[in-house]
Design a protein around this ligand. Structure first.
Ligand SMILES: Nc1nc2c(ncn2[C@@H]2O[C@H](COP(=O)(O)OP(=O)(O)OP(=O)(O)O)[C@@H](O)[C@H]2O)c(=O)[nH]1
Length: 276
């Protein structure tokens, strides 16, 4: 079925590690063998032991102590050190026929905006014949108001544009909003009618921002960035749905299984964005 890697990205605290853990638990219940790869040199404990762990190469604590770096500069130093030692990473990724990696990345947003570190990691994985899917995690607090939603979607979009790989967006922590928002209010963010989004944004801002709102909504529309998949870690169906989208994005198992008619339906719904 080939080699697949989910590159799990997103702002600090958005729920990347929780997502990875949920995917690993799910993989056991569906009898797939996923490997956790930790690329966060500041990570603490994992419920599942990572198969590959950057902390065996370098840790943020050591860099901060020995080089007197602060946490953000130290993190970038660690990631650049990883890039200089990609042969270490390659060696750690032992070559099995059907590897499936779930890669937990650090939460420093600058890694996804202007540094080329993540791109170099993707290129290395692609050289090793991995089909890589970007999974960008946004916290459900981003749907508290439209301006936060714009900010979150823009950060997801910059990761998507930088990496040029199949990409999905996941809205995490849905168990926390279920009780405070009505389903109709939530639907607006998952199956977005962009004219409603524009209406909301205009209500929340002064008229001098309305042209900007319109431009942002158009951008979101054009890049198909509104397909946010809700993740409720207590609801197995939401995990199944996300994995289903990733499978299709990387065509997992397509060489074995006939293409299903619902693929067409899915593409009509908008697919994963433009970046395949
Ligand atoms: N209720 C709830 N809490 C969550 C969920 N996902 C994450 N959290 C909590 O949010 C906090 C951050 O979650 P992590 O999974 O560590 O987030 P992260 O993106 O890996 O964080 P960094 O590695 O620091 O960038 C933790 O306290 C989690 O317990 C979720 O789906 N539901």
């Amino acid at each position: 079925m080939g080699k697949v890697a989910q590159l799990v990205m997103g702002p600090a605290g958005s729920g990347k590690s929780t997502y990875c853990r949920t995917m690993l638990t799910h993989s056991q219940s569906i009898k797939r063998s996923f490997h956790l790869v930790n690329l966060d040199p500041a990570a603490e404990n994992f419920e599942y032991e990572p198969t590959v762990d950057i902390r065996e190469l370098i840790t943020l604590d050591d860099v901060m102590e020995e080089l007197q770096y602060g946490p953000n500069g130290g993190l970038i130093y660690c990631m650049e050190f990883l890039i200089e030692n990609l042969d270490w990473f390659e060696e750690e990724l032992q070559d099995y026929e059907d590897d499936y990696l779930v890669i937990d990345c650090p939460g420093q947003i600058e890694l996804y905006t202007h540094f080329t570190i993540m791109r170099q990691i993707v290129e290395m994985l692609q050289r090793l014949n991995y089909r890589v899917c970007g999974v960008y995690i946004l916290d459900s607090q981003f749907i508290e108001d439209t301006s936060k939603f714009f900010a979150g979607v823009m950060s997801a979009m910059s990761a998507m544009l930088q990496l040029e790989i199949p990409h999905i967006n996941v809205m995490s922590k849905m168990d926390l909003v279920g009780t405070t928002k009505k389903q109709s209010e939530l639907d607006r963010f998952f199956d977005v009618d962009t004219s409603l989004l524009l209406e909301d944004a205009n209500k929340e801002t002064r008229s001098k921002f309305h042209d900007l709102n319109r431009a942002l909504v158009r951008l979101i529309d054009e890049y198909n960035m509104v397909n946010l998949l809700p993740l409720n870690i207590n609801d197995e169906d939401s995990v199944t749905l996300i994995l289903d989208h990733i499978d299709r994005a990387v065509q997992y198992g397509e060489d074995l299984e006939p293409k299903e008619p619902r693929d067409e339906e899915f593409e009509e719904e908008g697919g994963y964005g433009e970046m395949d």
